[in-house]
Ligand binder design. Structure first.
Ligand SMILES: [Zn+2]
Ligand SMILES: [Zn+2]
Length: 371
């Protein structure tokens, strides 16, 4: 089976390229973010927050790229420097403990489609939005720390817990109420009037029955079998893969492009033969019943089988059942009741006996299980 294992997700490296930046001093555009830490036109320092992804036609590949980490920003002059530099290449200041540049959000495009256009302006907008979100989160955290009532927090916290407990309580209550209605009983003062038994024997007849089943489930002895293919189930089968191209800013003036693919499957019908056939089967057709009262000994009815044997139309005795019934009337009243009782109870009770019989308050049913 190992040859049939579904292929797993995979990532294919499509190379490392230069991010671009625009010079804010002279307006020069599409400068290379890794190679040009300063504007080749006016010498202005690169602002790493202006880095953007190039359009496909402006891509400049970086061969044999060695990644040393995200650039760090000089605290003195804000110029970006390689992660492994000790001193600022622009002003000579020590870079120890400097902040790293922020990364641009990932770009993704469906396979065969172009990436969305990017620009220095989009880069600044993205940085601004990220900063605003971070500020808002910081303010909320500060508010929480200083005991200001952040309403939503409270609801999700204690309030939610209380609401949750309430719900659980309600559910328990409902279950309990349901339980009471099902099992709540009071006693009725009843006098036994008569006791009867019924003995039944099911009578089965062998019949030729038309049925259908999957070929591997057709019973032995089936006759006039005719099959045709039908959809029995579905199965997932591998169906190539879905791929997208992704660009990841590496923070050192380069980005990595890769193709990310996940396997795809499709549902395929599984066909099988469905067969219709006739088969001879024992089918319950009637019931033979004998009844009597307590004075008469229980006796089984004669099922009066028309024809015995194993032929179609032959009959046989099936399942047997005995049923014991006690009839009651209310003490001091006229209303009649009856219940089915276990044999032991039925044996014990005699006509004229008085009992406190449990009655379901809601169902109105007598419970003659334990008298
Ligand atoms: Zn410039
Ligand atoms: Zn510097």
């Amino acid at each position: 089976m190992s040859g049939n294992e579904p292929p797993s997700s995979r990532e294919e490296d499509l190379g490392t390229y230069q991010m671009l930046w625009d010079c804010s001093y002279c307006g020069a555009q599409k400068l290379l973010a890794r190679d040009h830490k300063h504007c080749p036109n006016c010498g202005g320092a690169q602002d790493p927050s202006w880095r953007y992804f190039p359009a496909d036609e402006d891509k400049v590949k970086v061969e044999d790229h060695v990644y040393v980490g995200k650039d760090v920003i000089c605290r003195a002059c804000e110029a970006p420097n390689a992660a492994n530099a000790a001193f600022c290449s622009a002003c000579g200041a020590e870079l120890d403990g400097s902040k790293q540049v922020r990364l641009r959000g990932e770009q993704a495009a469906a396979e065969g489609e172009a990436f969305g256009s990017d620009s220095a302006k989009a880069a600044r907008a993205e940085a601004k939005a990220e900063k605003a979100a971070a500020d808002a989160a910081r303010r909320a955290a500060a508010d929480a720390a200083h005991g200001a009532p952040p309403q939503q927090e409270k609801k999700g916290g204690m309030g939610g817990k209380i609401a949750g407990l309430g719900c659980v309580g309600l559910l328990l209550g409902a279950a309990l109420c349901g339980g009471i209605f099902m099992f709540w009983k009071k006693d009725a003062q009843l006098e036994a009037t008569s006791l009867s038994w019924a003995a039944t024997i099911a009578v089965e007849e062998k019949q030729s029955v038309s049925e259908s089943a999957w070929k591997d489930e057709v019973p032995a002895g089936a006759d006039r079998v005719s099959c045709r293919p039908e959809k029995r189930s579905t199965k997932s089968v591998p169906d190539g893969e879905t791929c997208k191209n992704v660009r990841k800013d590496q923070g050192d003036g380069t980005f990595k492009e890769s193709k990310q693919c996940t396997p795809k499957t499709r549902e395929e019908a599984v066909m099988a033969d469905k067969c219709s056939y006739t088969v001879n089967k024992w089918v319950k057709t009637r019931e033979a019943k004998a009844t009597g009262d307590k004075a008469q000994k229980l006796s089984w009815p004669d099922p009066k089988l028309r024809r015995t044997g194993d032929c179609v139309g032959c009959e046989r005795a099936g399942a047997k059942a005995e049923l014991y019934t006690i009839s009651w009337k209310e003490v001091g009243g006229k209303k009649a009741h009856s219940c089915e009782a276990p044999r032991a109870v039925w044996d014990k009770v005699k006509p004229g006996d008085k009992y406190a019989v449990p009655v379901g308050v809601v169902s109105g049913k007598l419970d003659c299980g334990k008298l």
